[in-house]
Design a binder for this molecule. Structure first.
Ligand code: ZN
Length: 241
């Protein structure tokens, strides 16, 4: 199987459509690591597209926030404004769907979780080398795919020792090695590259590739401004930060 693994779409329909076009023909199915809503102007369209096209979906902190499962006091000002705006646009069906998403799923030899497999509901960020290495004790599969930081990275453990691969592009097969992979963000990249990010995972070849896809940032920004959401959320898309 070849999977497209998407995370942190954040209501950015332009980025999601560009990523779907990119993985069509390259992937057999899609998986989603959460934060499909929040920040962007098209949360409902993104939720519906993900719900109909992804084989497995886990919840992010933004799903929990808009579904009333996470206190908005944990959010910064921009995230809180966006969560309240999104919540006001959800009907009971959408709210029920988002509230029922699991925190962790296993698909084949992979664990899917939004933030960290250690305590998924604490929404800890995996950033440093140590953060990633500590995560390996908390999942059983060979692979663990995460999002949340919006920055692609990978950590691996094997007989030749631990490795941290910041800004990873390709992870080759190595017998017995286990990996934690942050697939980056479709809808709000924060690594100074404004292009949408997602991962292609080939289960037979045992490889992962992080792909970057240019999309219509201008339209996504305009929709955020037209919606009355904070200008900062529009501007950061152009900066990829
Ligand atoms: Zn996010």
């Amino acid at each position: 199987m070849r999977y497209a693994i998407l995370s942190d779409i954040h209501g950015n329909l332009e980025a999601l459509r560009a990523v779907r076009a990119d993985y069509t023909g390259k992937a057999d199915a899609a998986l989603c690591l959460g934060d499909t809503v929040g920040y962007g102007a098209e949360p409902l369209a993104c939720v519906e597209l993900v719900a109909e096209s992804a084989e497995a979906v886990v919840a992010g902190n933004h799903e929990h926030a808009v579904a009333g499962r996470l206190d908005l006091g944990w959010f910064n000002r921009y995230a809180r404004v966006a969560a309240e705006w999104t919540r006001d646009r959800l009907d009971d069906d959408h709210r029920g769907y988002l509230a029922a998403l699991p925190l962790v799923r296993e698909v084949g030899d992979a664990t899917l979780v939004h933030a960290s497999p250690a305590q998924p509901e604490e929404w800890d960020y995996l950033v440093s080398a140590e953060d990633g290495f500590a995560a390996f004790a908390h999942f059983r599969t060979r692979w663990c795919f995460v999002g949340h930081s919006h920055v692609p990275a990978a950590w691996s453990l094997g007989s030749s020792g631990p490795e941290h691969h910041p800004g990873v592009v390709h992870l080759p097969r190595e017998r017995g090695r286990r990996y934690v992979v942050n697939v980056g963000s479709v809808g709000q990249p924060r690594d100074r590259d404004p292009r949408a990010a997602y991962a292609l995972w080939d289960t037979e070849a045992g490889t992962v590739e992080i792909r970057r896809v240019a999309y219509d940032v201008t339209t996504a920004r305009r929709k955020i401004l037209d919606a009355g959401l904070p200008r900062f959320l529009a501007d950061r898309l152009a900066a990829g930060a």
